[in-house]
Write a protein that binds this ligand. Structure first.
Ligand SMILES: Cc1cc2nc3c(=O)[nH]c(=O)nc-3n(C[C@H](O)[C@H](O)[C@H](O)COP(=O)(O)OP(=O)(O)OC[C@H]3O[C@@H](n4cnc5c(N)ncnc54)[C@H](O)[C@@H]3O)c2cc1C
Ligand SMILES: NC(=O)c1ccc[n+]([C@@H]2O[C@H](COP(=O)([O-])OP(=O)(O)OC[C@H]3O[C@@H](n4cnc5c(N)ncnc54)[C@H](O)[C@@H]3O)[C@@H](O)[C@H]2O)c1
Length: 465
């Protein structure tokens, strides 16, 4: 017999947890919500993505900042202690156990079901778990929040070489002596820097002409310079053409399109993600498996009659970021609970921090994206190192700040910062972009002296205020 709930959520990552909790709390009496998870509550982000990667990067960033502080730099010239860094990483991922998340879910009155879930028709979900198969029905809605998995390109020998993906790259117990990284996006630059800081000889291989190509051009240039300065070999415009590692262990050889070869002890593949929709029963409700689930601005799957299927987080392919998945999930949960919602921040005000040193922080459109959308924009730029607040943090730490202004409305549609700790500068920009705060009003938002935020004042002056 089927177990009936008001809502069934498939996938207990950040998106699924937030959709479930928000739906459960959104009505009086509360809706009954089942949350189905096949591995660990908390999802990829908590154990094999955001949290461990940032835990691995943090000591190196603190060391970088200290090494730029006159008076302190001489005391911090030694190497990091890899054992302690890896131990800290293990603590930050709760030893790969989800007890605390389970406690939270119970506190939020969610009914946690363990197992692999598949849609088996409209409003029905079949769960295969250790205790057998269980059929769940949803009176109001099913939320798909199954996330994404790494994309492994068709490269001869790659699969057999058993390369690291984000799991190997964040959960490894040993520091490889030599590491080759394929890709030039966010995962590639963050994890290259993390493993280099722990002592690996790192070679990063990027097919395109620059790193981090989705951001303002200075972002890739400045991160590339920092990677090279830390001893990482960066190969741009280079592709791997085959991989050889007999038995999937030991030394791995990567053949490059240029003809040369690289030898390493580990190979990390960081070439993007694929939505987890191949094995979730999409075909039983008329959707195509294997592709992201396209959604409307209420996060309902397009093409499903009755509007009972929602999709939040990486699985819908809108923005592969934890905070944006959680944003969508809050809106989906509210909509299920009967509130009017519209998800618009995805398209115009998505913030992101890349936790390299220097950090990269961006929100909204780049200048090139704004021009492509046909906006009449003017961009202004200022050196982050030229404000007193940055100089006080240390010597030679500065990066670049850039605002993209929509000239017809005199509002900011995009902002990008590089430099020390600029991630914490970003929310001001997100408020300005999402709130469409007019420049003439921003002029009266006075940044404190001497902080890095004074770069806002200089940018507005550069614009002509
Ligand atoms: C190395 C790395 C670092 C990252 N760092 C950041 C960062 O710093 N900041 C940031 O914002 N984003 C970061 N991201 C992106 C972020 O991890 C994802 O955007 C986020 O995890 C998406 O959340 P989600 O809930 O959609 O999916 P996931 O976190 O993937 O969770 C999906 C859950 O669903 C479960 N599941 C899947 N299929 C089924 C099924 N059929 N039945 C039951 N359960 C199922 C999975 O086991 C998993 O627990 C990073 C990604 C990587 C790879
Ligand atoms: N700090 C953060 O916010 C953070 C950190 C890590 C990951 N993430 C998110 O996780 C997602 C996945 O990150 P990612 O770095 O894997 O993906 P990505 O899309 O950022 O980068 C993929 C890289 O792989 C390269 N590539 C793709 N196919 C290739 C091929 N066949 N041959 C050679 N090169 C190829 C691309 O040129 C690109 O450089 C991203 O959306 C990212 O935003 C966010």
């Amino acid at each position: 017999m089927a177990d009936a709930f008001d809502v069934v959520v498939i996938g207990g990552g950040p998106a699924g947890e937030n959709a479930a909790a928000r739906a459960a709390a959104g009505q009086n009496p509360p809706l009954s919500v089942a949350l189905v998870e096949r591995e660990l509550l908390g999802g990829e982000c908590s154990y094999w993505a955001c949290i461990p990667s940032k835990a691995l990067l943090r000591p190196a960033e603190a060391q970088w900042l200290a090494r730029h502080a006159p008076g302190l730099s001489a005391s911090v010239q030694g190497a990091l202690n890899p054992r302690e860094v890896l131990r800290r990483r293990d603590a930050m991922v709760s030893g790969y156990k989800d007890d605390s998340q389970l406690k939270w879910a119970e506190g939020a009155h969610l009914h946690v079901v363990r197992g692999h879930a598949r849609l088996s028709g409209p409003r029905t979900v079949r769960v295969e778990g250790q205790g057998g198969t269980r059929e769940l029905t949803a009176r109001k809605a099913v939320v798909l929040a199954t996330g994404s998995r790494p994309r492994l390109p068709e490269l001869p020998g790659l699969k057999e070489a058993r390369p690291w993906d984000n799991r190997g790259g964040t959960a490894a117990k040993e520091v490889p002596r030599r590491l080759v990284v394929l890709g030039g996006g966010v995962v590639a630059v963050e994890l290259s820097q993390a493993w280099r800081s722990l002592g690996s000889e790192v070679t990063l291989v990027q097919r395109g002409p620059r790193l981090l190509s989705r951001y303002e051009p200075f972002v890739g240039e400045e991160v590339e310079k920092a990677l090279r300065e830390s001893g990482i070999t960066v190969l741009l415009g280079t592709e791997a053409s085959r991989v050889h590692r007999p038995g999937g262990r030991g030394e791995v050889t990567v053949t490059l399109s240029s003809g040369g070869t690289l030898q390493a002890d580990e190979l990390l593949v960081a070439m993007g993600r694929v939505a987890n929709t191949a094995e979730v029963g999409l075909e039983t409700v008329g959707l195509t498996p294997g592709k992201p689930v396209e959604v409307d601005d209420q996060l309902r799957a397009k093409g499903v009659e009755g509007g009972w299927l929602y999709a939040c987080g990486d699985v819908n392919g809108r923005n592969l970021l934890t905070h944006m998945g959680k944003y969508q999930a809050r809106l989906a949960g509210d909509h299920i609970a009967g509130r009017e919602v519209r998800a618009w921040a995805d398209a115009k005000a998505t913030p992101q921090v890349i936790f390299t040193h220097p950090q990269v922080a961006s929100v909204g459109l780049t200048e090139a994206q704004a021009l492509k959308q046909g906006l009449r924009v003017r961009a202004v730029q200022y050196a982050v190192g030229d404000v007193a607040g940055t100089a006080l943090l240390g010597k030679g730490l500065g990066g670049t700040a850039k605002l993209v202004v929509d000239e017809s409305r005199r509002v900011i549609v995009g902002a990008t910062f590089t430099g020390p700790g600029v991630g914490e500068l970003l929310h001001a920009a997100t408020v300005a972009v999402a709130g469409e705060v007019p420049l003439d009003t921003l002029w009266h938002a006075v940044p404190s002296f001497p902080t890095v935020s004074e770069v806002w004042l200089r940018l507005l002056e550069a614009y002509g205020l």
